[in-house]
Design a protein around this ligand. Sequence first.
Ligand code: LLP
Length: 435
Amino acid sequence: MRPAAKIRAVNPTQIFPGSGSDRFHLVDGEMHCEGLAITALAERFGTPLYVYSRAAMEDRFDAVRDAFGADARICYAVKANPNLSVLRVFGERGASFDVVSGGELARVQTAGFDTSEVVFAGVGKTRAEMDEALRAGILAFHVESAAEVEVLEDLARERGTVAPVALRLNPDVDVDTHAYISTGRKQDKFGLDLAIAGALVERIARSSSLRLRGYHVHLGSQLKDPKPYARALDRIEAFVDAASARGEGVEYLDVGGGFGIAYGTGEACDVRAVAHAVVDRIRARGWRPTTEPGRFLVGDAGVLVSRVLARKDGGDKGFLVCDAAMNDLIRPALYGAHHPVGAVRAPDRAPAPLTVDVVGPVCESGDFLARSASLPPMVEGDLLAVLAAGAYGASMASNYNSRPRPAEVLVDGGDVTVCRRRETYEDLYRAEIDS
Ligand code: LLP
């Protein structure tokens, strides 16, 4: 494992306004990521460009480790940013992984990490995916339905092995977040209703091809309040205590991920408060505390750098048309999510800022990266950065409008590596059959 990133490559003079990490900072009015100027990166690698800070990822991982303790298992939620180099940052720091598809499992294997601590969640796993995970020898399938248990048992029997299982419980706990990413209420498709989970425990106990190893809960994403985590634990404890068989063989409780970040307003989730609410109670039962954060680890560690193509003034509002679009970062369009934006280089004089919509070239009015943003007057060729774009940015990017996806680079002190090259036009139709 790399040593903790205590010694900084640069002495940050000023955090970049709106950034949740001081690894993005200003030096003489110029945005830097760790030791490198964003302008130089944009010139070298082109735009749109995802820039990640390794140290920012390590800072956040260390914060979760400090909060949850040395004995906790931290499974990085691969979906937040599945880049192999990102997996490596966390894997080298002692993380395991939370995957939700065969593709994510293949990434962990390709990155060269041990899969014996990998957890496999997801409300709909195919038989083929279950088979792949069974062969890989993962920690547990986080089972979400009775049907899944049947398929898994069948597969395990066929292979002459025992499938490790943790039940993902739906504790019916409400959280304060966007409806699309709330996952622990009765009306959500996720997890097992507590009323039926008891029968599944018995079903698993009767099977010689299945073994109950733990419980899992994931309440939703972009959460700030620790209380729902404690409420969910209350319900899980009540569930387990209602019948002795429910605690048999249980080794861990996975409290999920969901720790929110600031996105330019307020504070990030206090992971210490979350850990404080649950960890000792989990340990007291002899279970290993397990968590699976995604956004908290990578969100503030990445920015999307884009060049202004045109400034359109007049009418009710002005627009900055830039070369990044909703296909590169869909969160504003999909969830109405707010991402802070800023000029990469502050203007020499400080003229009054303008209120503009930052939009992309995609042929939809829903294609915006920021609405009513306050930015210094910017013109064609200037660079702007969309902040907090490290999670669910590149991972949700598409080729809509036949736009090649951006390059991604990973900065480490004064070094930079391309961790995903920019796509070419040929990449766009590589899988198509032109018959
Ligand atoms: N574990 C499970 C079972 C999950 O479903 C998720 C996220 C996580 C862990 C990680 O959650 P995180 O710590 O990153 O909040 N695309 C949306 C977020 C979707 C989250 C899906 N599940 C967004 O851009 O806000």
